[in-house]
Design a protein around this ligand. Structure first.
Ligand code: GMT
Length: 375
């Protein structure tokens, strides 16, 4: 198949999923064209057979305070679909991608019917899409998509609840992880550079938006560190990094908290960890938790959104209400103090992650594509 993919190229789950999907589709023989304002971060590893990136360039004009990116994107999607004879455009994160794909489809209408597949990822439904400035266009563009998928059952239900989409059939296709890249540690080599040998290593990966509650990560760590030697590794960057740094200073955690900033390949860092923390306010799926689990790392997360569909409470880690810092700290200590429990949870986490392997999940997208193309 000849497939266009549009996503946010920045650090974030939806861009990661879209890129890994495109790369895997190309490995399976499909031709994939990424269309965005920059090359998605996981695509920067080099040349991949049957994968092309098309950059959207927005022209500046003195009248524009903000260049209309959505229009330039629609033009590029139309242009690439026409020139590369794309059969379908798969857009990730509804705003504005589902609307621009609908525009491209309309512009191509006299030539042929470009099918639009929209994958809903999270805040496009739970936060941003419900803002009055975006609500009607989000609902419209979901309803106009030829197929719609959501990354968890929770997000599927939330789409119906919040948007009341009458005519859409939202299919759940969960996120996936490459178990060839994310696998449990075989020796202690990954942890050596991260912390002193007697330290437990706790890790968090995110884009540091308020929804991630990164200050809670620091507070949970502070409770753990009072009881045993430990290092917190924080990977990623975003608006709440300053707040997290200030919390680290306030709690006098010093060098035991390491802010690594944006890192392209996190698998080795996860493999070197003893525990992964994801105490988010809301989370439609929690791809970062799945990647940690695939590396055999137990997860402590909030019992919100789609996280209970990924993290099995008491089996692959623990879930607690968002904001329950004390409970999460107690759970963390229980795991870190009990080697047998840690081993059991880690092994179950890796086994559970295999249910979400690339090989298992990507064929669901191929089936969906064949269905929409009438093959
Ligand atoms: O919806 C967002 O916040 C953006 C998105 C991203 O690009 O980071 O994150 C969402 O999509 C990921 C991939 O499907 C999910 O793993 C995250 O749980 C989800 N984030 C939230 O729901 C907050």
């Amino acid at each position: 198949m000849r497939i266009g993919i549009t996503c946010y190229p920045t650090y974030g789950g939806s861009g990661a999923v879209a890129t890994e999907l495109g790369l895997e589709l190309a490995r399976r023989g499909h031709e994939v064209h990424f269309i965005s304002y920059a090359s998605p971060f996981r695509l920067r590893g080099g040349f991949a057979e049957r994968v092309t990136f098309h950059e959207v360039v927005t022209a500046d004009y003195p009248l524009f305070e903000h260049s209309p990116y959505a229009l330039a994107l629609a033009v590029k999607q139309h242009e690439v679909a026409l020139r590369e004879e794309l059969e379908l455009m798969h857009v990730h994160y509804a705003i504005p991608h589902a609307a621009t794909a609908w525009l491209a489809k309309q512009m191509l209408k006299t030539e042929r019917d470009l099918k639009v597949v929209t994958t809903l990822h999270g805040t496009d439904i739970t936060l941003v899409g419900q803002d009055p400035s975006y609500f009607t266009i989000t609902k419209f563009s979901i309803e106009q998509s030829d197929r719609v998928t959501a990354v968890s059952q929770y997000l599927r239900d939330e789409t119906y609840r919040a948007f009341g989409c009458v005519d859409c059939d939202v299919q759940m296709i969960p996120n996936f992880v490459s178990t060839a890249e994310y696998y449990p540690a075989r020796d202690g080599s990954c942890r050596r550079a991260l912390a002193p040998p007697d330290h437990k290593i706790l890790t968090h990966v995110s884009n540091f938006r308020p929804v991630k509650r990164v200050r809670d990560v620091v507070r949970i760590f502070a409770g753990v560190r009072k009881a045993l030697p430990a290092t917190l590794v924080l990977i990623g960057d975003g608006p709440d990094r300053d707040a997290a740094e200030q919390e680290t200073d306030r709690l006098r955690l010093g060098d035991d908290v390491r802010f690594l900033g944006k890192v392209d390949q996190v698998a080795d860092l996860l493999r070197g960890s003893d525990l992964f923390l994801l105490p988010s306010e809301t989370e439609s799926f929690g791809l970062a938790a799945l990647e940690a689990m695939a590396c055999g790392v137990p997860v402590i997360a909030s019992a919100v959104g789609g996280l209970p569909e990924v993290v099995v409470n008491g089996e692959t880690g623990y879930l607690a209400p968002a904001g329950a810092v004390d409970e999460m700290t107690e759970r963390a200590l229980a795991i870190l103090r009990d080697g047998a429990l840690h081993g059991r949870l880690g092994a179950s986490a890796a086994a559970r992650a295999r249910d979400f392997s690339t090989e298992r999940i990507v064929p669901h997208y191929e089936t969906l594509y064949r269905g929409v193309l009438g093959d």
